[in-house]
Design a protein around this ligand. Structure first.
Ligand SMILES: C[S@@+](CC[C@H](N)C(=O)[O-])C[C@H]1O[C@@H](n2cnc3c(N)ncnc32)[C@H](O)[C@@H]1O
Length: 204
């Protein structure tokens, strides 16, 4: 583990150590668009295995498990505090500790995943290009990386957008930029540029 990863892990453990208990109740108001992505994934019969990077409390995995009980689900989580929480909530999933940038995602389920999901995780990741490339390299032949996260807030009043960016920055969160999505196969922006959904195909 690099020094930067050790610092990031320590920050995440401090941040989520207490807040994980109120996380789902508070985040529902501003982690928008997640349920649309989960509905699309639930309706997509083309996958059998999915790994969520940064599953947090396990909220998304629970919804996917309810919709697709036959699917094999896994997770990769950098925060020990969230890892314990998600494992307790999702006993049917295999969730490992690791970092999006370099963890061997093929080891989570013992096979290349058909889908890798980043839900409001990439905006906390230090090296996003490495994280996206790491996920794309792990995919099965017809796999897809699915991303939902903060976008540029272009449709919000300028001051509100700036204040929200500053607020997010205090939690080490930085919205995605166009450069982060350069290699995406599809990009769909939410209302007022609040969030963006993107997909990426496999690379070797
Ligand atoms: C904002 S929370 C989102 C949780 C969940 N995906 C959701 O939609 O509710 C971001 C999660 O990503 C994890 N995370 C942050 N940086 C990470 C990294 N480099 N590698 C893996 N997980 C990371 C955090 O610990 C946290 O659980």
């Amino acid at each position: 583990m690099s020094d930067a990863q050790a610092d990031h892990r320590a920050f995440l453990n401090r941040y989520y150590g207490v807040s994980r208990f109120i996380y789902d109740a508070t985040r529902r108001y501003y982690l928008l668009g997640r349920d649309v992505v989960l509905r699309d994934l639930a309706a997509d019969a083309a996958w059998e295995t999915l790994v969520e990077v940064g599953p947090g409390t396990g909220r998304n995995l629970v919804r996917l498990h309810r919709a697709r009980p036959e699917a094999r689900l896994g997770g990769l989580e950098a925060s020990d505090a969230m890892l314990g929480h998600a494992r307790a909530k999702c006993p049917w999933a295999r969730i490992l500790h690791g970092f999006a940038e370099d963890a061997p995602l093929t080891e989570v389920l013992g096979a290349r995943p058909d889908r890798v999901l980043f839900s409001y995780c990439l905006s906390m990741v230090g090296d996003r290009a490495a994280a996206i490339a790491n996920a794309r390299r792990a995919l099965s032949a017809h796999g897809e990386v699915v991303v939902i996260d903060f976008a540029d807030f272009a449709g919000l009043p300028h001051r509100a957008a700036r204040a929200f960016r500053t607020y997010l920055g205090t939690f080490h969160v930085a919205p995605l930029s166009a450069a982060d999505l350069e290699s995406a196969a599809s990009v769909r922006r939410g209302p007022r540029g609040y969030y963006v959904c993107a997909t990426f195909g496999p690379i070797s």
